[in-house]
Design a protein around this ligand. Structure first.
Ligand code: PLP
Length: 371
């Protein structure tokens, strides 16, 4: 079955009891034991498992082409579940350009969790090869990356990782499986913030891990239950609903982003634009090879530094100045402002999540704000 059909149907069989075409939400926190102590369908307690979550996990595994999937309370929880399942003292080689929340987690908690972190530019395969000379459990990639939209070569990273006895995780939040399927390119684990395009409407938090095989699944699942990283069944249901329109939304998101990028690319007040769909983007060729389309996230660096960047964000009428991404509404954000005391994003950088409005309205809004 092709992706778009899977997105509409995976995990969506009509309810066996009622014939309801849209799955029910199972809110029960606990399940009755049979007289002999056994549990129907293995269900016992919501923190471990529930039927709504199972449907979503079936769908997630199908869409990413994995053998198992885990749904959890947020993208950060997905990363936490995996890190908690690694053997003590595991070395993890982490992409330098990375979602700021994960950077903080690695900086502030990895040591406490007995995970050894080494930062590396994963777009530089020589640097990756060197970093892998010492044994590592995991390479942690994010492509396209947040917020610089850097592109790492998933197949090349998988080859390097496997040759060195390591595994490869790809954070596929920006692309979604509609545009990029890392497991098919050799990755071992895919991570998602389902809060973004999968949910698609800025109204549900969730995260997911999808595994190529069963090797790390049981450990991460155990960590989810033990630490309590689970999501509510309602969140699982909302994300399942979001998946039904993922293909259609991503197609329009991508088309709009291309129009916006083309309209702004030569604007005199834009010093740099980071969008892998542009021919001059350093990762364009790799993105064209490993993605079906280039996504709808882009960053611009404006002339006039931080103050001008903030002024531009403040003058927009349609783009909402807010964090997050992947909803129907276009968002813009001055990343450095939300990255804490030591921001790593350039101070003149604005990140755009291009939504589903008419592209011409978005372009007019940006042009009036740039002045
Ligand atoms: N990965 C990426 C690329 C993100 O942009 C984010 C959040 O913005 C996350 C992971 C974390 O997801 P969540 O906010 O759902 O915990």
């Amino acid at each position: 079955m092709r992706f778009q059909t899977l997105a509409v149907h995976a995990g969506g069989e009509p309810d066996a009891e009622t014939g309801a075409v849209i799955p029910p939400i199972h809110l029960a926190t606990t399940y009755e034991h049979a007289p002999d102590g056994s549990r129907a369908d293995g269900l016992q307690y919501q923190r471990a498992d529930n039927p709504t979550q199972r449907r979503l996990e079936t769908a997630l595994a199908a869409l990413e082409g994995g053998s198992h999937a885990l749904f959890v309370g947020s993208g950060i929880a997905a990363g936490s579940a995996l890190l908690h399942s690694l053997p003590r003292g595991s070395r993890v080689i982490v992409a330098r350009d990375l979602y700021a929340g994960f950077r903080s987690l690695f900086l502030q908690l990895a040591e406490r969790w007995d995970v050894v972190v080494e930062w590396c530019d994963l777009t530089d395969l020589n640097a990756v090869g060197k970093a892998l000379q010492r044994h590592a459990a995991l390479l942690w990639a994010e492509t396209p990356s947040n917020p610089l939209l850097r592109i790492s070569d998933i197949a090349a990273l998988a080859q390097l990782a496997h040759a060195a006895g390591a595994r490869l995780l790809v954070d596929n939040t920006f692309a979604t499986p509609a545009l990029q399927q890392p497991l098919a390119l050799g990755a071992d684990v895919v991570l998602h913030s389902a809060t973004k395009y999968m949910g698609g409407h800025s109204d549900v938090m969730g995260g997911a891990l999808v595994f190529a095989d069963g090797t790390w699944y049981a450990g991460a699942r155990h960590a989810r239950e033990l630490i309590g990283l689970n999501a509510s069944p309602f969140a699982a249901w909302m994300v399942l609903r979001g998946l039904r329109s993922l293909s259609a939304r991503m197609a329009m998101h991508c088309a709009n982003a291309k129009h916006v990028a083309a309209a702004l690319a030569d604007h005199p007040q834009i010093e740099a634009m980071h969008f892998p769909g542009l021919g001059n983007h350093p990762g364009h060729a790799i993105a064209a090879a490993q993605m079906r389309d280039f996504g709808a996230m882009l960053s611009i660096q404006v002339t006039g530094g931080r103050d001008h960047a903030l002024r531009v964000a403040g003058r927009l009428r349609l783009f909402i100045n807010a964090t997050s991404l992947g909803g129907c509404e276009s968002l813009i954000e001055h990343r450095a402002s939300v990255e804490g005391a030591n921001p790593t994003s350039p101070l003149n950088l604005l990140r755009l999540s291009v939504g589903l409005e008419d592209a011409d309205d978005l372009i007019e809004d940006l042009l009036q704000a740039l002045g």
